[in-house]
Design a protein around this ligand. Sequence first.
Ligand SMILES: Cc1ncc(COP(=O)(O)O)c(C=O)c1O
Length: 392
Amino acid sequence: MSGQRLSPRLRAALAAASDDRVVYDLVGIEAQYDELVRELPGLDVRFAVKACPVDEVLTCLADRGAGFDAASPGEIASALRTGVPVDRIHYGNTVKSDTDIAEAHRLGIRDFATDSLADVTAIAEHAPGSRVFCRLATDGQGALWGLSRKFGCSGQDAVQVLQAAGAAGLTPAGLSLHVGSQQMTTAAWRSAFDSLAEVLTALHRRGIVPDHVNLGGGLPALGYVDRRGSVLEPPLDKIFVVIREGVERLRDLSPAPLAVVMEPGRHLVADHGAIRAHVSRLTERRQPDGTLARWLYLSCGKFNGLYEMDQLGYRLVFPTHSAEYVPAVVAGPTCDSDDAYPSGHPRVRVPAGVASGDPVWVLSAGAYAISYLTQGFNGFRPLPHSATRGGT
Ligand SMILES: Cc1ncc(COP(=O)(O)O)c(C=O)c1O
């Protein structure tokens, strides 16, 4: 996989940037998309817009053949701007108001995620005749961010929900789930296919034959460091094997053709985006326990590009320094104590000689960076972005 290394295109774009920004390598994102489709042939990829709502990125994925998983009418509008046919976009959020549903329907959306009878009733009223897929709950085990509490229902409830959908004039079209974001295990995927097989069989028995399953997101990025400072090495090839076998199993038990949709987010973009930031200052202060600690304050942090620093470590490159590294706590620039790696996160090796204003590159920051920017918290303006294809 190419994602772990800094591509020459990204390196050149970062080096050329004279101010702070997020930089995306569109060629890298396209290659990542192509590799995913090679690994899972026939897969209908619906990129999760929330992971990178950047027009250039969405358009390059649409041009490659991707559709979109949208979480709101705003994201539907972003997806439509790419020119992708509206039937390649679905409303993948189980949480939506009557107005959201009606607006999505007005924009042409006919596929809706659901997980409750109340939501089905609302879809039947505000998007009559649409197709729905029911999200099954997962336990989120093995993922850096489990999505177990807020979404999804039991298999038994899913059968009821889809039966109710049919009775309300909707098409009970599919089942979905999400194994949790940055899922690190094959076991979670195995268990996902067990649930899907069980619920599909129960639906078939009741005469409901879904035409697709939606495997959600959860495919990992490859360039992260974890909270202990170790490089995360997700078993991606083994995950692909489990998915291929699982899909075959579901198709074998289905009496009609079964399409397979996925909604990857971070897997497609994380390793192909990086932040050009700068050093605010390297300082040394005595800590409450009496020890001396160095702190490296960066120009970006939790509220401006590194929202996921509570779970992740980011690899840092100091392009103007190469010698004499010292350990430091890394933190963002705001006057907020959450804007730092949490206590317990190991110190990061930083060049002893860094000075205020020196450039820093934050790698594997392409997912959820732009979407989680605050609107000028503490007066730091949201990071701008640019996209490169190299050679310019
Ligand atoms: C419904 C849905 N699909 C897909 C995704 C993308 O997940 P990931 O970035 O882990 O691939 C998310 C992320 O929260 C989601 O909520």
